[in-house]
Design a protein around this ligand. Sequence first.
Ligand code: FAD
Length: 471
Amino acid sequence: MKLVWLRRDLRTDDNTALIEALSYGQPVVCIYIATHETWKNHGLAPIQADLIFRRLQQLSQELAALNIDLLYDEVPQFSDSVLRVADVAKSLKADTVFVNREYEVDECQRDDCLVSQLLADNIHVKCCEDKCIFAPGTIINKQGRYFKVFTPYKNAYLAKLGQQSFEVKKTPKGVVLPTPEAVRSLLFHQDSSFSYPRKNSTAWHADTHSIIAELRDFDAKHVDRYASDRDFPSISGTSRLSPYLAIGALSVRQCMARLMYGQTLPLNQGRAVWQSELIWREFYQHLIYFEAKLCKGRCFLTWGEGVTWHNDSQWIEAWKMGQTGYPIVDAAMRQLNHTGWMHNRLRMIVASFLIKDLHIDWRIGERYFINNLIDGDYASNNGGWQWCASTGCDGQPYFRIFNPITQGERFDPSGAFIRHWLPELAEVPDSYIHKPWACPDVRNVSYPDPIVDHKVEREVTLRLYKEAKDA
Ligand SMILES: Cc1cc2nc3c(=O)[nH]c(=O)nc-3n(C[C@H](O)[C@H](O)[C@H](O)COP(=O)(O)OP(=O)(O)OC[C@H]3O[C@@H](n4cnc5c(N)ncnc54)[C@H](O)[C@@H]3O)c2cc1C
């Protein structure tokens, strides 16, 4: 008997641990364990929790079609989940527990505990590499060290991709097994209790068929224009697959295979740029694996710890609520608060605004994102925030500061995105949509004046960062 412990790999297709477990031709059982206290500490967004729960509902049916039961339980902490999996493995008389590795510090420690916990009972733990096409440690520079700059990492990645093919694996059916008596009470039910707070995620798919259809649709209709469309939030220029990648309802191999299928090299510009984004995702996974401090709230660049933050609570609140008086920032924050998702260009704009216009510690923004994003992923979120804060590995230079007005003018020229999320500005003429405070005709518009002057705050940031760097 084999036991598979599912975590952020909620799919049957191309699931390395599951397929490996099935390869022995023995009965296989899967288990998922919700850990509400650890999730609270990690700041898991209620909307992502809801997607996870809805995904489990689908997954239990998809697994059942493969003759595999899904067991489910809730415990407070990661440490309890290890004990619970160990108990279930013993009850099932499983000889091996299969997991797909995760690279964050707490997750690595959890899996180390599992290995030692099961050692005493002679139960083997097989940790599989699944989350990336090239697992951390498999792409290194000539000195045998990990890459700290994206472009050489990407070049090495593409060279490896050219030499070493990867597979999207089909999942065979399992051996029929009546649910063993010892675990019958843990069988997942559609109304199994899930005590973590949830926010409705039904605007996003939970079933495999629809998720794969989204991937195919993006590939057929949008990816070729990705390079030109991806920065404009009012058009559907990006895939919006991040929620599924984040919980493992979709694998990066499925995305890469679809992207490259039937293509001749070099890929056209749209495909090449989309491929780069998938590689950014893996780059950030590598970084958290090699730099444990990134999981402990530390800056990648040590001097970043010396930046003085003002952390004004009213400004933080205005930013969170989309009430800063800068339309592109406010529209983006309202998109996040309403849908749990935000366009990548806007993530950069609002992060830059929080850090470099309001002088708020990037960690406050990082936490707010994780608390609210449906695609919250520790590595990509930390990487994105540290890039914007200029404290990260290969981040934006600190003196390059986004201007929220010109960013809006460039990437939402007619204000279509702004008007959608800020209906109070619907009547503002195009020429004033990015600076409504300057419009002479705007009356009775309940929209705040800018809470700061960008030009003034830009100078403050240059001084604060220079002081930290020179210290
Ligand atoms: C401050 C900040 C915070 C972020 N937080 C997250 C997060 O918590 N989770 C998350 O998945 N992404 C995060 N990103 C990266 C990026 O914004 C999202 O992945 C992207 O917007 C998701 O939309 P999409 O699926 O349409 O992406 P597409 O443009 O279609 O890209 C395809 C996939 O590539 C990956 N990807 C794309 N851009 C990046 C990037 N810059 N870094 C890492 N991976 C990328 C994602 O998995 C994405 O689904 C963050 C970026 C910033 C600047």
